[in-house]
Write a protein that binds this ligand. Structure first.
Ligand SMILES: N[C@@H](CCC[C@H](N)C(=O)O)C(=O)O
Length: 275
């Protein structure tokens, strides 16, 4: 099987993007894990697969696989790359693209300056929708770590699950230790992406994310949306927030209800063929 792919990134969160509309694609978790390897493979955080839609009101089906081979529901930085990819590969001629994902529908809007805005849909806050084990919905939940420390965390689904912890500084946040521990915490039955959020002021934030199935990445789009939603419901943010991730900055807009909008850049790195 010789397969054409494109290497892309959104703020350093990098992707192998495959056109599954004009090519027949056979994937397995082992093959994805091998390709994701940064020494023996192509190297990426997620593999994005473009497929024909299963519904007439959608342009494409957008599938996402983490570097560990697991298929997941949503990827925000990937959605921006997806929009650029389908236009550059002449799979569609439009600047507004509707896609279905396992985590819900998204609308992708290509701006005149090349940035892409993604309508990420509504955040889900009910514990059973995340999923998160809790008796009732709360703004912050007490969560006990292995060493008995009690943290206050927010739990948000942007189609995929996120745990958000407010920290004084992302520079000293225990991402490498607490990230993997909370990713597997028993109260998140489908594992979770763990965000460490520093509130700079009401319109600026900093964030590091330990992603489920990958490890710490340079940026996480759904993680940025989840962090701003968590901060907004707790009264820390206004409706438009610039959020700085390790690889660059996203604009997140959410007025406290309805859909979350995320705007940011996209880069194509190279085209390749894998055998
Ligand atoms: N990098 C992504 C999120 C990718 C999926 C995530 N690791 C998960 O397992 O849910 C983004 O930009 O949103």
């Amino acid at each position: 099987m010789r397969l054409k792919f494109t290497k892309m990134h959104g703020l350093g969160n990098d992707f192998m993007v495959i056109d599954g509309v004009t090519q027949s694609v056979e994937l397995s978790p082992e093959r994805i894990e091998r390709w994701a390897d940064r020494h023996f493979g192509i190297g990426f955080d997620q593999l994005l697969l473009v497929e024909p839609p299963t519904r007439p009101d959608r342009d494409f089906r957008y599938r996402i696989f983490n570097a560990d081979g697991s298929e997941v529901e949503n990827c925000g930085n990937g959605a921006r790359c997806f929009a650029r990819f389908v236009v550059d590969h002449n799979l569609i001629h439009a600047d507004r693209i509707c896609v279905e994902t396992a985590g819900g529908d998204l609308e992708l809007i290509i701006q005149d300056d090349g940035q892409v805005t993604v309508d990420m849909g509504r955040p889900r806050l009910a514990p059973e929708k995340i999923p998160f084990l809790a008796d009732e919905r709360a703004l912050l939940y007490p969560l006990t770590t292995e060493d008995g420390t009690q943290l206050d965390v927010a739990a948000v689904s942007m189609g995929n699950p996120h745990c958000v912890i407010r920290v004084d500084s992302v520079d000293t946040a225990p991402v490498e230790t607490l990230g993997p521990e909370l990713e597997e915490h028993e109260r998140f039955p489908q594992r979770v992406n763990v965000g460490f959020l520093e509130v700079v002021d009401r319109t600026h934030a900093r964030l590091r994310v330990f992603e489920r199935g990958v490890g710490e990445t340079l940026a996480c789009g759904t993680g940025a949306c989840a962090a701003i939603v968590a901060g907004h419901i707790n009264g820390w943010f206004d409706d438009r927030v610039h959020i700085a991730l390790r690889g660059g900055t996203l604009l997140i807009e959410w007025p406290g209800e309805g859909n979350v909008l995320m705007t940011g850049p996209v880069e194509t790195v190279f085209e390749g063929v894998v055998g």
